[in-house]
Design a protein around this ligand. Structure first.
Ligand SMILES: Nc1ncnc2c1ncn2[C@@H]1O[C@H](COP(=O)(O)OP(=O)(O)OP(=O)(O)O)[C@@H](O)[C@H]1O
Length: 250
């Protein structure tokens, strides 16, 4: 990373559910324009970390600084207005509304309702184009398959006008070709728009060819931070993903 202040800094982030610590003193930073992969097996604390950043959960300790401002514990709509857009692991569009209407609502949400309808529609159309949705923007969301729903989820997050995009499990439910397309799309969004991305995923696969850096969680703690290349060679990462060496040989 360069010497510039990071766009996002998470420090000592901790979240407990009852007596169970789901996120334990997690710290990492993301530079403006970077794509960071936040990886880890099921239950390692990725979504909880993500939700603490996006304002869906209130952390018990730690800091979340976005563009130098503390946002830990701020509500989700305020976090969005400040410039953090998110997708959900399970897409939740308004199924009876059209693709365009879904994205227009997201544009209004991101602006706190403070933009005229024409401006919201322009932002919505731009986001839908960027997410490569089909030409018929007046079709309802109910007609979309898994890949289309993921694209609409991405378009809705983009329509909020983010500087930082939190992408949650963007590859879930996609086949190999669709995964490649989704990964290329995230890279293009960063390359063409300069949008910084934190990409949460439990599988490494195609993600490693797109991200600049990787943070790996296990049991709520950071066990690795570095380049995708180094992640593939790290014994701790291999153990988390593949099991201990003796089990792998069996
Ligand atoms: N609301 C909750 N109440 C109690 N426990 C929770 C809650 N949310 C998450 N957990 C637990 O916290 C741990 C971390 O969950 P989290 O969803 O953050 O993991 P994850 O890495 O995102 O997993 P996945 O890849 O399956 O989405 C898990 O053991 C989970 O069961």
């Amino acid at each position: 990373m360069s010497g510039a202040a990071p766009l996002l800094r998470v420090a000592g982030l901790t979240k407990r559910f009852g007596g169970f610590t789901a996120v334990d003193q997690v710290s990492f930073s993301v530079a403006e324009g970077e794509i960071l992969g936040l990886l880890g097996p099921n239950g390692s604390g990725k979504s909880t970390t993500f939700n603490c950043i996006a304002g869906a959960l209130r952390p018990m300790a730690g800091r979340v600084l976005f563009d130098g401002q503390e946002i830990a514990g701020r509500p989700a709509d305020e976090v969005c207005r400040r410039g953090i857009g998110r997708t959900f692991q399970i897409p939740r569009p308004f199924r009876r509304l059209t693709l365009l209407e879904n994205a227009v609502l997201a544009a209004h949400y991101g602006a706190g309702g403070a933009i005229p309808r024409a401006e919201a529609e322009a932002r919505a159309r731009d986001a839908l184009r960027l997410a490569q949705l089909p030409d018929d923007l007046h079709a309802t969301a109910a007609g979309l398959g898994a890949a289309g729903l993921k694209k609409l989820e991405l378009a809705r997050a983009l329509a909020t006008g983010p500087r930082l995009l939190l992408a949650d499990e963007s590859l879930g439910g996609l086949d190999a070709a669709e995964m490649r397309t989704a990964a290329d799309m995230l890279r293009r969004i960063r390359d063409e728009r300069g949008i910084t991305i934190v990409w949460v995923e439990h599988i490494m696969g195609v993600l490693l060819s797109v991200v600049d850096r990787v943070v790996v969680l296990d049991h709520g703690a950071v066990i690795f931070e570095g380049t995708p290349q180094a992640a593939q060679e790290d014994p701790k990462v291999a153990e988390v993903y593949l099991g201990p060496p003796e089990a792998r040989a069996a």
